[in-house]
Design a binder for this molecule. Structure first.
Ligand code: ADP
Ligand code: MG
Length: 829
């Protein structure tokens, strides 16, 4: 035997248990210890192997299991962020993008030049960035510049269960980009992360992913949560009910944080105040205002003849988790075989109101609010342990449901409601409504109680009502107008938007309405007017983008406002148009001054402020012809005045302006100016924050520009002779709505009642109210918005011009519009 031929085959190398590349990370011992407690750490191997083997992976895990903070670190360690490659993480909320980049940088002991964030106006991305947190909207904009997203090696879509519109569209686009990158031999990995909510829309949708992506579930080590339903039909006063329940838990039950879910900022504040009054805590880490509240309550308490002894019930702590809250609770309504099997009720009965007057002061309660508009440093407080000897009570809106995990919560009080913005599909009228949550949300909320030990969730509604909840809430894309999305997609040359692989498609009506609006704005090509209706509808749903549309798509604002910007170059109006558009986009410049006051003193203060604000608004509204620009002139004036004063919090507070909104307007003005300059090379405009007021003729042009963008938002005052009944007094008629609409009382044109107006939006409260109102001249309509007019026979009488279906415009001054020196078309690149 030729020894040379005898070869012993080498055994194959065992698969590497750690990735081939390993980038070390220098974490502190403290961080490392905290990390090891997170359920996701045990799954690192499985997750990384799945990502290595598959282009798309869905990762599903209970909120707080460590997805957002840990998965980017796993990827970094495995070398996905080496050389020039970047790991991208998208978040639906700005706060999350900023907070999470800071947290991950801290955990990894790296600077914010390496772990960075980018949100709409700001960021700290550098050429060293390896992990980049951003909002989903920012990544969508990047796709417009580089469809293949070449600088990224992995894209993590976080909080996919939230189903924000941009997240949905990103997933649709990425489902096409990933195979393209594969072909280019520069593979891109997509990781979709979600709380344990319905994921079938991503995994079972064959149009989206022909090969279903693997799903990795992270076991969450959730402790059992006992759910207690209210026995009775829910009360209207759920905030009061929350208060009573907090009091009761605080008096009766062993230590552990209390998390209350309410619907809005005002409710959150009012419950916080009420609780602080009842359970004063005079520590140092509260704001001045909070301290005043507490100390005043403490003074009152000491003065009162309150003598009730502190009387804590005896609770067997070892056997606690099996024990419902109302054990030993005198007002328990015993009932065997009651309909709510899971735990029994915490019925508060008639004596419940006693809690109002006679709270036990057994332990101070440390009360913190949490909602998305809260200043970041206030938000961060919930992550810190409460002062020793106190119980933490966080009163939150929906933000605490999945995006933020607060440590140490043992009791959850769920009011069962959520505040949502509703849009009418056809008219675009929006309103905020408080609505029941879905079963999935209710379960998420309950889950917050079982993070560190067994917990309890008190639902302020009966199990029968729970049974009637929707299983899941509808994705945002099915609930809002989609014209901005359609324009963005057309700009990406996706002509047949109906064929786009949406995880959940918007309704055909919404798509048609969007295309029609974009056609009328001139952003899409007009389809041929011949053919049958069916063909026309088809043609309408595949209109290609125009040059004007491309210009409009470059601006990160709604298409109506983008149209104004595209027209704004004329007569030196652009800086003003930019300011008006920025102000309309940011919304709610003025503080809410109609809020209920807690004391007479506060009532007086609010009254005084209101008078001052009204006076300022009148000044900002200008004089003479400037006044005709109405609320938009007020916006212009407010921004101008703010900038002259150096934009200080003090100036804003004195004049009832929201400082945060004014800062955002400043940033958006900067961004829009840069975009406008990059589009037209012939005139460069400079962002002079201190602009002088527009001239008289500029105001007229501004009104025309605004009208051109809001062509479908024109309203005509109902004349005396047309008034059918009282409800039409001071009312306006719009082409889209049957019902009368009114100028909002906060508008500077509320008393002026011009004959024709354009409005920014209609909000429905007690009536349909127009907000952001400017007056226009009727003869401009046929000249600037012929697409909304039918032209009658000029020889006929009555008048020759009619506008839209409702015969809105009767234009007698037919010759005058020819004289308006208006140059169309718009700025086109
Ligand atoms: P998931 O994304 O799965 O919901 P996260 O990665 O956001 O989970 O959170 C993991 C853990 O990190 C949680 O226990 C949370 O409380 C903690 N955590 C997150 N952000 C902070 C922070 N800024 N400070 C302290 N702890 C934090
Ligand atoms: Mg997360």
């Amino acid at each position: 035997v030729d020894p040379k031929r005898l070869t012993i085959p080498k055994p194959p190398l065992p698969p590497p248990s750690i990735p081939a590349v390993f980038i070390p990370v220098d974490r502190t011992a403290e961080i490392q210890e905290a990390r090891l407690k997170l359920p996701i750490l045990g799954e690192e191997q499985v997750i990384m192997e799945a990502i290595k083997e598959n282009p798309v992976v869905v990762l599903c895990g209970e909120t707080g299991s460590g997805k957002t903070t840990q998965v980017p670190q796993f990827l970094y360690e495995a070398g996905y962020g080496s050389d020039h490659d970047i790991i991208a993480v998208t978040e639906p909320r700005r706060v999350a993008a900023v907070a999470m980049s800071q947290r991950v940088a801290l955990e990894m002991n790296l600077s914010n030049r390496v772990v960075s964030y980018q949100i709409r106006y700001e960021g700290n991305v550098s050429d060293e960035t390896k992990i980049k947190f951003m909002t989903d909207g920012v990544l969508l904009k990047e796709i417009q510049k580089d469809f293949l997203l070449q600088k990224y090696k992995v894209i993590i879509i976080d909080e996919a269960h939230e189903r924000s519109v941009y997240t949905d569209i990103l997933i649709g686009l990425l489902s096409r980009i990933v195979p393209l990158r594969q072909k280019k031999r520069k593979p891109l990995k997509l990781v979709i992360m979600s709380a344990t909510l319905r994921i079938e829309d991503f995994t079972e949708n064959r149009r989206l992913f022909p090969v279903p992506p693997p799903v990795i579930k992270v076991d969450s080590r959730q402790f059992p949560v006992t759910v207690h339903f209210n026995k009775r039909t829910p009360l209207d006063d759920y905030a009061g009910e929350c208060y009573r329940k907090v009091c009761k838990i605080h008096r009766m039950l062993p230590p552990g944080g209390i998390l209350v879910f309410l619907t809005g900022q005002a409710e959150v504040h009012s419950l916080c105040r009420r609780l602080r009054k009842s359970f004063p805590y005079s520590g140092k880490s509260v704001t001045k205002e909070e301290e005043d509240d507490s100390q005043e309550a403490m003074r009152k308490f000491k003065k009162s003849k309150h003598k009730k002894p502190v009387n804590l019930p005896k609770i067997d702590l070892d056997n606690y988790s099996a024990m419902p809250l109302d054990e030993g609770d005198e007002d328990r309504e015993a009932g065997e075989g009651e309909e709510d099997g899971e735990g029994s009720d915490l019925e508060l009965g008639d004596e419940a109101s006693d809690a109002d007057e006679k709270p036990d002061y057994s332990l101070p309660l440390f009360v913190l609010p949490l909602y998305s508009l809260l200043a970041p440093e206030q938000q961060a407080k919930v992550f810190c342990p409460p002062p020793s000897g106190t119980r933490l009570c966080v009163v939150a809106t929906n933000v605490a449901e999945t995006s933020l995990t607060i440590p140490g919560m043992k009791y959850v009080i769920d009011c069962g409601k959520v505040k949502k913005r509703f849009y009418d599909k056809v008219t675009g009228v929006s309103s905020f409504r408080v609505d029941w949550i879905s079963q999935a949300s209710a379960n998420q909320r309950a889950g917050r109680a079982g993070r560190t030990e067994p917990g309890h969730c008190y639902r302020l509604y009966s199990s029968a009502v729970f049974g009637d909840f929707e299983q899941f809430s509808l994705p945002e894309i099915t609930r809002r107008p989609v014209e901005d999305l359609v324009l963005q997609m057309k700009d990406l040359n996706i002509e047949k938007v109906v064929n786009f692989p949406f995880p959940t498609p918007p309704s055909a009506d919404a798509l048609i309405a969007a295309e029609e609006l974009l056609i009328s704005l001139g952003a899409l090509q007009e389809p041929p007017k011949v053919g049958r209706l069916k063909d026309l509808q088809k043609a309408k749903l595949s209109s290609p983008i125009t040059a004007l549309g491309k210009t409009m798509a470059s601006f990160p604002v709604s298409p109506r406002y983008a149209k104004m910007l595209a027209l704004g170059k004329q007569h030196g109006c652009l800086p003003y148009v930019i300011t008006i558009v920025a102000a309309m986009t940011v919304r709610e410049l003025f503080e809410e001054l109609d809020r209920p006051a807690a004391s007479d003193e506060e009532k007086e203060r609010i009254k005084g402020k209101k008078a001052r604000v009204l006076q300022m608004q009148r000044i900002w509204a200008g004089q003479g012809p400037a006044q005709k620009l109405g609320d938009l002139m007020v916006m212009l004036g407010a921004v101008g005045a703010c900038e002259y004063s150096g934009l200080t919090p003090k100036f804003c507070d004195n004049n009832g302006l929201r400082y945060k909104a004014m800062m955002e307007i400043r940033r958006l003005r900067g961004q829009l100016t840069t975009t406008a300059n990059s589009l037209c090379s012939d005139i460069q405009i400079f962002l002079d924050s201190k602009m002088s007021p527009p001239t008289e003729s500029q105001v007229t042009y501004l009104r025309q520009i605004v009208m051109s963008g809001l062509g479908d938002h024109i309203a005509r005052r109902i004349g005396q002779e047309e008034m059918l009944d009282e409800k039409w007094r001071h009312a306006y008629k719009t082409p889209l709505l049957e019902d009368p609409v009114f100028i909002h009382p906060s508008s500077v044109l509320f008393r002026e009642l011009p004959e024709f107006v354009v409005y920014q939006e209609i909000m429905e409260t007690s009536k349909m109210y127009m907000k952001g109102v400017s007056s226009i001249e009727p003869e401009w309509i046929p000249a600037l918005l012929p697409q909304y007019c039918h032209f009658g026979n000029p020889l006929e009488k009555p008048p020759p011009y009619y506008c839209t279906e409702s015969g809105m415009v009767k234009c007698h001054r037919q010759s005058s519009f020819y004289r308006i020196g208006w140059q169309l078309p718009a700025v086109v690149v």
